[in-house]
Design a protein around this ligand. Structure first.
Ligand code: PLP
Length: 416
């Protein structure tokens, strides 16, 4: 059978799809140390709350039947959207009404819709791109454009911190935003690095975007107000020019596929219309399970008091393990500021990060090689892309500890 261009684009096995398959079979296989994937941890205190809420719903007359038996509207569950608008107004004073919100089947699809609303082929025949002002950036953006040559990206500036840490910053000196850019996008906190763009960087990016008449998309999959996996002081940000995406995945419901887009009314409405065409409506189970927590504001306290400390403790424990085991390997780690990952930079690594990934896999330890996290910089040679790996610390303590030891042992052998 002959596939269309669309068919060809979405079936060509991107490197990352192969890698995800690897991760999937490793999960099924059993004895791999899984420091590669992005699955959030199962946090008992959070899961118990969802279990209890589900039991309440099941005990209500017609509770089960309405949970599974009714479509929501194409913008998503209205009661949830109203509760969320109220929460954002009350907590942050944002001028957000239900008309500014649309739900999607996971933030991933919401981001894909947004990218294709602002970039690709424009009505006048010109072409526009989404610009990532700072790479490394989230691997999941890489193939989300419906046309080729869809993304542009810039290298960061690098601040060295002490002997072992470093931090990426937006290199504003090199950040030209030309007529061919339709939107700026950053994840905050950033997957894969755990970087949290500073308040000043966000304000500066917003000012640039506003000046160019384009939106600044902030992907808050790990950010505020929930799941709030942020270890630094970072002000939640919103402006009429900003589009913020959020998700219930890292709050503990990745399998219920609930993404949230907060945007100017016209854009929130467009998201609803795309939902209608592509999937009729977003799923309603996630919103129903989380609704009471949004109404009461508990979603923010659970994030602040349970989820954030849970990951923070793991982040710094894993960092300490690396510090203990790395010895004199010339490795720097991105300052852990949020999300679920440590980002390791091996200076002048004697092989590529992809090769290191293979060698670690042969020793039953899975990480993700850094070169996948540079969407928009695919055609640009930069040694740094091949010197980094992403390590997830969401798994249990023994798995992470054994994984860290194997990584350190393998790189010591490599540097010889
Ligand atoms: C930065 C970032 N954005 C978006 C997503 C997508 O999240 P969702 O599960 O809501 O589709 C992820 C998932 O890992 C992510 O890491």
């Amino acid at each position: 059978m002959t596939l269309s261009k669309f068919g060809k684009k979405f079936t060509r096995k991107a490197g990352i799809t192969q890698l995800m398959d690897d991760l999937g079979s490793a999960m099924a296989g059993g004895d791999m140390l899984m420091l590669g994937g992005g699955n959030p941890a199962h946090i008992p205190e959070v899961q118990q709350r969802f279990r209890k809420r589900m039991e309440q719903i099941l005990a209500e007359p017609d509770g089960f039947e309405t949970l599974i038996g009714n479509y929501d509207g194409s913008r998503g569950n209205e009661a949830f959207i109203e509760a969320l608008a109220t929460l954002l107004q009350d907590a942050f004073g944002w001028d957000v009404t239900p008309k500014n919100i649309a739900l999607t089947n996971g933030a991933q699809s919401g981001l894909c819709f947004l990218f294709n609303l602002f970039a690709g082929e424009m009505p006048d025949g010109s072409k526009k791109k989404v610009l990532f002002p700072l790479t490394p950036e989230y691997i999941g953006y890489a193939d989300a454009g419906l046309t080729d040559d869809f993304f542009a990206a810039r290298r960061p500036s690098i601040e060295l911190l002490g002997d072992r840490l470093f931090k990426y910053h937006v290199n504003f000196d090199e950040l030209e935003v030309g007529e061919d850019i339709g939107a700026l996008c950053v994840s905050r906190p950033t997957n894969p690095t755990g970087n949290v763009l500073t308040d000043a960087e966000i304000l500066h990016l917003d000012a640039i975007a506003e000046d160019r008449g384009i939106p600044l998309i902030i992907d808050g999959a790990y950010g505020t107000p929930f799941p709030n996996i942020i270890f630094e002081d970072a002000r939640p940000f919103w402006s009429p020019n900003t589009i913020l995406t959020m998700s219930l995945s890292k709050f503990g419901l990745p399998n219920l596929r609930t993404g949230i887009v907060i945007a100017p009314e016209q854009i929130a409405s467009a998201i609803g219309e795309i939902n209608g065409v592509l999937s009729l409506a977003p799923g309603g189970v996630g919103p129903k399970l989380a609704m009471d927590m949004v109404r009461s504001g508990e979603i923010m306290t659970i994030s602040k008091e349970i989820i954030q400390p849970f990951y923070k403790q793991k982040a710094f424990q894993t960092l300490e393990l690396f510090e203990q085991h790395l010895g004199d390997v010339p490795c720097r780690i991105h300052k852990p500021e949020g999300a679920l990952f440590l980002w390791l930079w091996f200076r002048e690594l004697p092989c590529t990060a992809a090769k290191l990934y293979e060698r670690l896999k042969a020793r039953n330890t899975l990480v993700v090689p850094g070169s996948f996290f540079f969407p928009g910089l695919e055609n640009e040679y930069w040694q740094h892309k091949h010197e980094c790996i992403r390590v997830t610390y969401a798994q249990n303590e023994q798995t992470v500890a054994r994984g860290v030891e194997t990584i350190c042992d393998e790189v010591k052998r490599l540097y010889g």
